[in-house]
Design a protein around this ligand. Structure first.
Ligand code: FEH
Ligand code: ZN
Ligand code: ZN
Length: 356
């Protein structure tokens, strides 16, 4: 079978021929129908030796949908032929978090890293940028019915991560006291995750959704997908957003970029007792100090990926037609080209590889 392999740290990903795995015990083999490309794949590809607890060579790809092709003798869950999306965080399966379906917060993650057993498809385990993906257990598969696989795959990472970040701040998006303008939420960065966050917010809250990006075409995508207002980032953006929110500031900011500039914009835009969810891995810094210049009552969260119940919710939204992924398709055979297009910022929405 074909697989996009990272053969050694610092080397380019290559499309190689590898042996198709045979599922054992409770493992399940999935025939991949679509696999999304993520900014984190770029981080993995550009990591130097020892930077990540993964052993090369391995196959990339942690955002996967397809059909069950073969079941190990003890496999549970979806049956052969069923179309599924793969829940991407692969934890120990039995700690407190994993038992609650939150394998993204597995309590034994450091032990798994130390054992170099990997913590997900394409994350130290062979991933889904390939014709087939071996999944450790049927608990990591979620049926998606007749949902198009190029829509389903991005839900398992871009959609799930956005949904989970919103779940953490949802309590702040109730109507504000004393009438006036309702709650307002800012989405910073309208890429693969941000354009889904706009749709999830519109579908599941009554908040006013305000979008910020540095690209006009991204703002166009945000307003097309339901943002009430969008602006290209400028020096007065915080003032513009505060005015849109009724003057006191916005109730929540979802930062899908995560640079020092976007974090600064967030805290300049938030009202007291607001929520900042830092999702993007831009490596930005924010000084948290008392006394200091941050809004009083500010709560900051660093959500990571999402839970299996979250994935069930975001798949249900997609199947109901209220969330639609903007995708750009590439054949698996041209994976290196797709990766470079993503790296150069040339992808609109989410890049999805299909086994052509
Ligand atoms: C996955 C693995 C490691 C770091 C970050 C990620 C995200 O892409 C998951 O959404
Ligand atoms: Zn990812
Ligand atoms: Zn665990």
């Amino acid at each position: 079978m074909r697989a996009v392999r990272l053969t050694h740290w610092g080397g380019p990903p290559v499309v190689a021929e590898v042996e198709r795995p045979t599922p054992r015990g409770e493992e399940v083999l999935v025939r991949v129908e679509a696999a999304g490309l993520c900014g984190s794949d770029l981080h993995v590809i550009s990591a130097g030796p020892g930077a990540l607890p993964y052993l090369t060579p391995f196959t990339l790809g942690h955002e996967v949908a397809g059909r069950v092709a073969e079941l190990g003798p003890d496999a549970t869950g979806p049956r052969t032929g069923e179309r599924v999306v793969v829940y991407g965080p692969w934890g120990c399966g039995w700690c407190g978090h994993c038992s609650a379906g939150a394998e993204n917060y597995c309590d034994r993650r450091s032990a798994l890293d130390a054992a170099h057993t990997g913590t997900g498809a394409g994350l130290g385990r062979d991933g889904g940028l390939a014709d087939f993906l071996l999944v450790p257990s049927g608990r990591l598969l979620l049926p998606v019915g007749d949902l198009d696989p190029t829509q389903a795959a991005p839900l398992s990472d871009a959609g799930l991560t956005s949904y989970h970040a919103i779940a953490g701040i949802r309590h702040a998006l109730g109507e504000t006291e004393g009438g006036g303008v309702g709650a307002s939420v800012v989405v910073v960065g309208i890429g693969g995750l941000g354009h889904l966050a706009v749709q999830i917010l519109r579908a599941t809250t009554s908040a006013q959704v305000l979008a910020v990006d540095v690209r006009e075409e991204a703002i166009a995508l945000a307003t097309d997908r339901g943002a009430h207002f969008g602006t290209v980032a400028r020096t007065d953006t915080a003032d513009v957003l505060r005015k849109r929110a009724g003057g006191a500031g916005v109730d929540a900011v979802l930062d899908f970029v995560g640079t020092s500039a976007t974090l600064r914009l967030a805290v300049d835009t938030l009202r007291a007792d607001g929520e900042l969810a830092l999702v993007g891995s831009g490596g930005g810094e924010l000084t948290v100090r008392k006394p200091g210049a941050l809004p009083p009552g500010l709560r900051i969260s660093l959500p990571f990926w999402g839970t299996r119940p979250d994935l069930e919710q975001v798949v249900a939204l997609a199947r109901s037609g209220t969330v639609r992924v903007e995708t750009e398709r590439f054949p698996l055979s041209r994976a290196p080209e797709a990766i470079e297009t993503l790296r150069s910022g040339g992808v609109r929405g989410r890049a999805v590889l299909v086994p052509e």
